[in-house]
Design a protein around this ligand. Structure first.
Ligand code: DX5
Ligand code: ZN
Length: 219
């Protein structure tokens, strides 16, 4: 059983006091920080870009898990690498307008962790050809674009298929879930094979961040 990692999504953090919130969640036991990049085109929302990633980089030594919900991630990749991303995840859907194998290879060539993700409506077979080329498969458990949405339990079928692939191929692939993750949906996701839990609302809206993170781990 791989170690369970918790990656708070700073989309739910207090932007007016981001430095304090980053230090607070780090002291509370976060393993990674999840940064949601939204361009208002690939998703119907705008969040933040490389400049904020660089600012977060200065505040923490935690690995930065950058989730690119943008068109042309290949074009913007160098800026996120420059900003200090440790892992970069791109979408497989054609609406993101890039050549997936080329972009994955460019992330790899930069010595950065390579992630691929699919929306709820996208079948597992769309990412299957790329499983050998990635370190992390992010299975969206909500349609991307906003925090605070309801978890979609039917996505567990994809988590199970990813786990089967991982078990049959050396067990290294990280399986991450993102969207509506709380203590209950985290338990379900772990039972089906996930080992990285992204959570925004259930951590940053909790009075006690450390307890929220322990609850996600099921401790
Ligand atoms: C949604 C983002 C998620 C989101 C998670 O598109 O990819 O990372 O911020 O937020 P919660 O945990 O509130 O669903
Ligand atoms: Zn995300």
């Amino acid at each position: 059983m791989p170690h369970i990692l918790v990656a708070p999504s700073i989309l739910a953090a207090d932007f007016s006091n981001l430095e304090a919130d980053i230090h607070r969640v780090e002291e509370a036991g976060a393993d990674w920080l999840h940064l949601d990049i939204m361009d208002g085109h690939f998703v119907d929302n705008i969040s933040f870009g490389p400049a904020l990633v660089a600012a977060v980089r200065k505040q923490t030594k935690l690995p930065l898990d950058v989730h690119l919900m943008i068109e042309r991630p290949d074009h913007f990749l160098p800026r996120f690498l420059e900003a200090g991303a440790n892992s970069i995840t791109v979408h497989v859907e054609s609406e993101s307008r890039h050549e997936v194998p080329k972009t994955l290879a460019a992330i790899r060539a930069a010595g950065c962790g390579v992630g691929l993700t699919l929306n709820p409506a996208t079948p597992f077979d769309a990412i299957a050809p790329f499983l050998d080329a990635i370190d992390l498969l992010l299975i969206m458990t909500v349609h991307p674009g906003f925090g605070g949405q309801a978890f979609r339990p039917e996505m567990m079928e994809k988590v199970r298929r990813a786990k089967e692939w991982r078990d049959a191929h050396g067990g290294k692939l990280n399986i991450e879930v993102d969207g509506g993750i709380n203590a209950e949906t985290a338990r379900l996701s772990i039972e089906n094979g996930a080992n990285i839990l992204v959570a925004g609302t259930s951590i940053f809206r909790a009075p006690d961040y450390a307890k929220a993170i322990r609850d996600l781990r099921g401790e």
